[in-house]
Ligand binder design. Structure first.
Ligand code: CP
Length: 304
């Protein structure tokens, strides 16, 4: 089986992405039923994190353990990568010892270099540009609750950063309509936006949520924006998602946030607990969707 990487949603066909979503749903059902499924006995994965993580790390480590494999965690302080070992060397060494690697680092180009020099699958655990694994969980969650997302209307409110970019790629792949409300100066990358007719900028959060089936936001200051928090709080203040904004979406609209959330900033104190919020199911689906992804990259499709 030729090695595949998952650095962006655009690395896979729609048909492959849909397979992963359906397989992630099966993983959730198996997990809820207490079914033991250990197809990765003898496999080892390395998780390289150069930024903080809760969901991604637990999904990788718990997912590997639940599937019978083993996960090694390499933080910046733990590996020679943190002391300047060249990525091509790091890639070739890991390829000699483990079966799959997942990496979170700011620089998307570094992840691409890792993939280029690795003979094992590489997963993007988030860069400043993209967060494709989060989108697998988000699409799975929407489809569990509402059926196919193709043709739906999605509102993204806030920073035109990595989550927004991956939502644009998802709109392109799944064929949903994405309306993005971001402040001037914090708009998504022009090239990514121009890559699809399914995503459009709108002027206000109110315009974005009108007729939306799903409303999504993310933190105003991501990792890498340290020192900008006060300025961003002022600029993004009109972009808070709260009940009053969500009331302007479709009656059965869902609310998602990749978490961690900053209550009092991009969300108010109560919206995460609103009946329309599915943020904790979304977080749980990081596990199930990531298991589907790791199984696919290591073993191919189950059932051919
Ligand atoms: N949503 C997400 O990627 O969470 P972590 O940063 O905790 O991994």
């Amino acid at each position: 089986m030729a090695k595949r990487d998952f650095l962006s949603l655009l690395d896979f066909s729609f048909e492959e992405l849909d397979y992963l979503i359906q397989r992630g749903r099966e993983f959730r059902k198996m997990h809820d039923a207490g079914e033991v499924y250990r197809p990765l006995v003898g496999k080892t994965g390395a998780l390289v994190l150069q930024m903080h993580s809760t969901r991604t790390r637990v999904a990788f480590q718990a997912g590997m353990a639940q599937m019978g494999g083993h996960a090694i965690f390499l933080g910046t302080a733990d590996s020679q990568l943190g002391r300047g070992e060249p990525i091509p060397d790091f890639a070739r060494v890991l390829s000699e010892m483990v079966d799959i690697v997942m990496i979170r680092t700011h620089d998307q180009a570094a992840i691409e270099t890792l993939a280029e020099y690795s003979t094992i699958p590489v997963i993007n655990a988030m860069s400043s540009l993209l967060h494709p694994c989060q989108l697998l969980a988000d699409i799975q969650t929407f489809e569990e609750k509402r059926g196919s997302i193709s043709g739906a209307t999605v509102a993204f409110i806030g920073d035109g950063y990595n989550m927004c970019h991956s939502y644009i790629n998802a709109a392109r792949q799944w064929g949903f309509n994405l309306k993005i409300a971001s402040p001037e100066g914090y708009l998504p990358d022009e090239g990514i936006l121009a890559s699809t007719n399914n995503a459009q900028l709108v002027e206000t959060p109110q315009e974005a949520v009108a007729q939306a089936d799903l409303v999504v936001t993310d933190v105003w200051s991501s990792m890498g924006h340290e020192g900008q928090e006060e300025n961003r709080r002022e600029i993004f203040a009109p972009y808070q998602v709260n009940e009053a904004l969500l009331d302007q979406a479709n009656g059965d609209a869902l609310f998602m946030h990749c978490l961690p959330a900053h209550r009092g900033e991009e969300v108010n104190d109560t919206i995460l607990d609103d009946a329309r919020s599915v943020v904790f199911q979304e977080a749980g689906n990081r596990l199930h969707s990531q298991k589907a992804l790791m199984e696919f990259l290591l073993l191919g499709r189950v059932g051919g």
